[in-house]
Structure formats: structure tokens, C-alpha cells
Design a binder for this molecule. Sequence first.
Ligand SMILES: [Zn+2]
Length: 276
Amino acid sequence: MPEGDTIFRSARALNRALAGKIVTRFETAYAHLATVDDDKKIAGRTVERVEARGKWLLMYLSDDLVLVTHMRMNGSWHLYRTGERWRRPRRDMRIMIETADWSAVGFTVPVAEFHSAASLLRKTMIPALGPDLLKQDFDIARAVAGIQEHADEQIAEVLLNQRVMAGVGNVYKSETCFMCGVNPFWQVRTLDPSQLEQLVFMARKFLSLHVAEDVDGEISTYAGLRRTTNTADRSARLWVYGRAGKPCRRCGTPIEMRKQGSGARTTFWCPTCQPI
Ligand SMILES: [Zn+2]
């Protein structure tokens, strides 16, 4: 199942490609969406922004229309250059939104609805998102307080919780803990505020660097969130992620790996630099 942080990056990629652009074509395999399109014409509207809220993806269109989707197990959004060959068969397409330059295609997206701002407010199952690490006005103290509300949970799990803080993905979860010398399995309650501040600061730094890298790279798609260029260079720069059994770049101890949490996400750490 796509995790919250994956949806978050997917939304960010869609936002970067589509925000401010006019929809030139809309197609859907869903009758209930086609009916809305008949009445309210999606083509001609401007995509205002795309955002993630937990595992929901919200696409805001001009004139008070929001396309709300949920990926469940198999759904995904891909982003293609207009006219580019899709990597999934057309029969899997449920929604397609096209602008002059980009096609956003929702494949086997099981939940899709149009909302107005008012009807969206009534949809209480869509969670609020935590503070976005990349926003200018990001408040470290608020994020630290948010983490401390999960005192009994493991720190790496909380770093991934997009309702606490939005933006940290599975790679930077491990990298951030390593940089701060924090064992990813420690409970939040065992960390003091200055350590939490350091973690948030480091996560933010990683994320800003990652975004800066993305600027001249290709815009990520849902299917291929990693850049297709310089992949080798980038992995060479990672401290622990994907390096199970290889020597720690600081101390030489073999890096360990374990599935962690309810989502069984892979966690990498150095048992010497990040002792229990
Ligand atoms: Zn080490």
C-alpha cells in the first residue's frame, strides 16, 4: 500500500507540474465523475494546487471543485509528458487530467470523488496534515511538540507520520536518525527536546537538499519517485539507507536493516553509531 510519505511526494510532484496550469483534457472511466464533468466541465479550469492529506490526494481546481482520491492497495498517480507512453495499460486508467505539458493519470484509483470546499469540510475522514517541513514558516517548536505527543512510539515511526510533520520519506527517516546518532527504535519519551530539535532540523535539511536536486532533474512520477539520472551518485551519498551489511561510512561496523512498525517499512542503522 502506498504510504503517507509516498503520497505526499506524489502530490508534490503533481503540484509542481500542474499548479497554475489550465486543464486541456479530462477523461475518466467512472460514471459518477463523468456526470460531474458533463455539468461542470473540468477542461478549462485551472489546477490551483495538489496536496496530500494522509493517504488522500486532493487536487484543487478553480471555481470550487476538488478532486479527492485515495489509493488503497493498488492505486497510483503517474505523471507523464503529454504524449509520452504510459507504463501501465490504458484499461487501468480511471482518471486522466491533461495540461499543455503534462498528463496526470490515476491508475486503478479505487476511490475518487469531486467535492466543493463545503462538502470537503464535511468529509471528516480526511485527516489534517502536519506542518510541511519545506514551508518557509515551518515551526520547529510546533513539530517537536507534535512528536512528543507520540511518547510511546518509536522515533523513526513518528518521523514518518505525515500528520505530525509532512515530508519525511522512508529514505530520509533512516538518514536523519543516523546523522543525529539516534537509534531508530528508541521511544520518543527517551529523547530530550534538544535531540528532537536536531532530528527535525536534520530532516528539514535533507529534504531541502533533495528538492534542490530535483529542480534540474526530472519531475518525479508516482511510479518512479527516484530520479532517473545520477541515481548511482545519489546512492553513493547515502549514509545507511540501502546499505545493509556494508561498512558504516563513519566507523566500519556493518549496517543493519529491519522492518519497522505497522507498515513494515525498512529501517537501516549503524549499531555502533546509533547504539540501543
Ligand atoms: Zn557507525
